[in-house]
Design a binder for this molecule. Structure first.
Ligand SMILES: Nc1ncnc2c1ncn2[C@@H]1O[C@H](COP(=O)(O)OP(=O)(O)OP(=O)(O)O)[C@@H](O)[C@H]1O
Length: 694
């Protein structure tokens, strides 16, 4: 060794504690600065591809989060607050245990190098004893964190569902408005099923992943600053990496559990998708309550499975940590002890103290570097949480907004937005009346400027007009799905009219459920209707054989794909006969059935005294109606009495004339042919009358 390097070594040895203290101080300062900037400074703004929304850790994020937290933790004695307190206690306990384990580790190695077998065995026993609270604490931490995530998710889902489909005793058609009248959230099903779950999981994890590492780093580094052992840093990094690789290798496959979970999530998602796909039909039928029940069932199945899966994971985590980390650690130390016990001269009081200090510091450094890494990592998690918070807040804002009648939709070029600023009057009545009501599409297109018509019980109304003229839109205003922007709408309460569209809605459930929708079996029993009554209802739509064919009233399948178009329309008419409302809105609902079956159905409607509002192009139905509302597709309409016989006679005459006119070109062509024949035979003189000479 040269003189210079010898001097450097002496200088280093002399100033080693000061250098190490400086290193640790830099380490702590860097950690605290990183933690500070993580929470204090806004993240680099993220611009979404569509340029619409920026998600960042800023004042807006914190205000959105605090609003959501009021929903998630409604009071300090709520279940969520209790879980949060438990989570904090376990986090603190884990730090305390880690500090104790660091000291114990040092003592074990100290007794080992001092060749004190009794002391060594006693410390090993303490090590094994501390494994019980340590493994319990670690498993409970992830268990409580997951429970917290589920509790958050349930609270938020309930809040959203109450806005989406209505609370008990109050219905909401926000699901329809979200899907049809508003452009802000096109994927409500995804938001409710996936985003809320991701938000809840991220929020439950963020507390442990941010606050705890900061506390850890401070505590561990305080300990380290008292007895520095920076040499262990490199060795411990290697140990951290190798033990992490071992843990990964020992992780069993949870594939089956995960597969079932995704299947249940899929079922839940499909149930939601159906609501969006059939929003209009469900809204007209006021099926919100039943749909909500089905969603609750699907969610409960998923919840039960998730709870079971969580327990399995918690038990496995305890076993894994107990065996791999603690037992492996004890065995490793025993192996290390062998040469010491066979060579007692290796130990000494000075060396024992040095080793104890070194091992303790090594453990502290290990925990400190782990905590430090988590502080750095928490920035990414906080950003993700900001993203989920923005999406969930957007969903809640939109739901509140559409429920109070404010929509945001891309408007057509010819939109008349001035109409959107006003509101018409809607009154409850025994009759149906539109007085000066504009028919305006959600895109602002004015289909009819002022519509006025009146339907009293028994005054069956036929509505005709070209495609897209506003026939169904009139019903949408009547059903309350679209707002009446001006004028007066008088209509009976929702239970007194039933809407039957061309493509009837068939729910998930039994064959019986299809006929009685949106009633369930209990409501049917309460109404005093039996399965035999339902069978006689099916006779009026000529569909009795379906019960035997499909395997009875309790047969359940996806009816929307397993029935023909005509069968579906007949089921829908049977539904009308089951509910027997005052008014029925029939929107091309018999287009797929034969004229005979259609006659059978309409005769029965007349027998039941249901007043019809029918959209149909079939002249065979005219005789069932007394009034006609005829749109011309240019914004004009006629509302007048319908004299079916006169109209049929006119129609017949019109058809005869049209048929005759169709013959004219053929007759002209034939005439030309005949003229040509005459010219060939006798010579053609255009000045002379035609002489065929045949
Ligand atoms: N959710 C919506 N958003 C924007 N525009 C809509 C919406 N629903 C309907 N419209 C538009 O409103 C107009 C009238 O539609 P409506 O369904 O009332 O027609 P219709 O007279 O019943 O036609 P058809 O005989 O084809 O059923 C159409 O131009 C349609 O594109």
């Amino acid at each position: 060794m040269s003189k210079e390097s010898g001097n450097a070594s002496v200088v280093y040895t002399r100033h080693r504690p000061a250098i190490q203290r400086l290193l640790i101080t830099c380490f702590v300062a860097y950690t605290l600065r990183t933690s500070y900037t993580t929470f204090r400074y806004p993240a680099r703004p993220k611009q979404k591809k569509d340029g619409k929304e920026r998600v960042q850790i800023d004042a807006l994020f914190y205000s959105r989060l605090s609003r959501l937290l009021k929903i998630l933790i409604p009071s300090w004695n709520s279940k969520e607050a209790l879980l949060l307190a438990m989570h904090s206690s376990f986090l603190l306990l884990r730090t305390v245990i880690s500090l104790y384990v660091a000291t114990l580790d040092g003592r074990i190695v100290s007794s080992l190098v001092r060749a004190q077998p009794k002391q060594f065995l006693l410390n090993i026993a303490k090590w094994m004893a501390v494994a019980v609270p340590a493994t319990y604490t670690n498993s409970m931490l992830s268990y409580v964190q997951s429970k917290l995530a589920i509790a958050y998710r349930t609270r938020l889902t309930r809040e959203v569902m109450d806005l989406y489909l209505g609370k008990e005793g109050e219905s909401s058609q926000a699901f329809y408005q979200l899907a049809n009248l508003d452009d802000r959230t096109s994927d409500a099903d995804q938001l409710i099923t996936l985003d809320i779950q991701q938000f809840s999981t991220a929020l439950a994890a963020i507390y442990g992943n941010t606050a705890k590492p900061v506390l850890d780093v401070i505590l561990y580094n305080y300990q380290l600053s008292r007895n520095v052992g920076a040499e262990g840093l490199v060795l411990l990094t290697v140990l951290v990496q190798s033990s992490a690789a071992l843990l990964r290798a020992l992780t069993p496959s949870f594939g089956a559990l995960a597969a079932q979970e995704s299947q249940l999530s899929g079922t839940l998602r499909t149930t939601h998708s159906r609501i969006l796909a059939w929003a209009e039909e469900i809204a007209f039928l006021s099926g919100e309550t039943l749909e909500k029940l089905k969603l609750d069932r699907a969610y409960f199945s998923l919840l039960t499975h998730a709870a079971h899966s969580l327990q399995v994971r918690a038990a496995h985590a305890m076993l894994e940590e107990g065996v791999v980390k603690w037992l492996w650690g004890a065995v490793g130390m025993c192996i290390c002890a062998i040469p010491v016990f066979f060579n007692l001269g290796a130990g000494g009081r000075g060396m024992g103290e040095r080793t104890e200090g070194f091992v303790t510091n090594r453990r502290l450094l290990l925990s400190a570097s782990d905590a430090f890494g988590r502080v750095l990592y928490s920035y990414k998690e906080l950003s993700e949480l900001a993203g989920y918070t923005a999406r969930v807040s957007q969903l809640l804002d939109t739901l509140h907004s559409v429920r109070s009648g404010h929509f945001e939709k891309r408007l057509s070029a010819t939109a008349d937005t001035s109409l959107f600023e006003q509101r018409g009057t809607v009154e409850e009545s025994d009759e149906i009346e539109f007085r000066d009501v504009p028919i305006v599409s959600p895109a602002g297109e004015v289909l009819v400027r002022k519509l006025t018509f009146h339907v009293k019980p028994g005054q069956h109304l036929l509505i005709v007009g070209p495609n897209g003229c506003g026939k169904s839109s009139t019903f949408r205003i009547l059903g309350g799905l679209w707002p009446a922007y001006a004028g007066l709408v008088r209509k009976p309460p929702p239970g007194e009219f039933t809407y039957i569209p061309q493509r009837p809605y068939l729910s998930l459930g039994t064959l019986r459920d299809q006929v009685i929708y949106p009633h369930g079996k209990e409501e049917m029993d309460a109404k005093g209707v039996t399965d035999d009554d339902l069978l006689s209802i099916l006779a009026h739509v000529d569909l009795e054989p379906i019960v035997a064919r499909e395997g009875g009233w309790d047969a359940a399948r996806d009816w929307s794909t397993s029935l023909s178009g005509g069968d579906k329309q007949r089921i829908a008419m049977a539904r009308l006969f089951y509910h027997k409302p005052k008014y029925a809105i029939l929107d091309e609902c018999t287009s797929s059935v034969t004229l005979e079956v259609e006659k059978l159905m309409f005769d029965h409607v007349a027998e039941l005294g249901i007043t019809l509002l029918t959209v149909s192009h079939r002249p065979s139905l005219w005789k069932y109606h007394k009034m006609i509302l005829q749109f011309d597709g240019q914004g004009n309409y006629i509302f007048t009495e319908l004299d079916a016989e006169k109209r049929l006679a006119l129609q017949e005459e019109k058809q005869t004339l049209e048929a005759k006119l169709e013959e004219v070109p053929k007759m002209r062509a034939r005439l030309e042919e005949l003229k040509a024949v005459a010219r060939d035979r006798v010579g053609y003189n255009p000045q002379q009358p035609l002489e065929l000479g045949l």
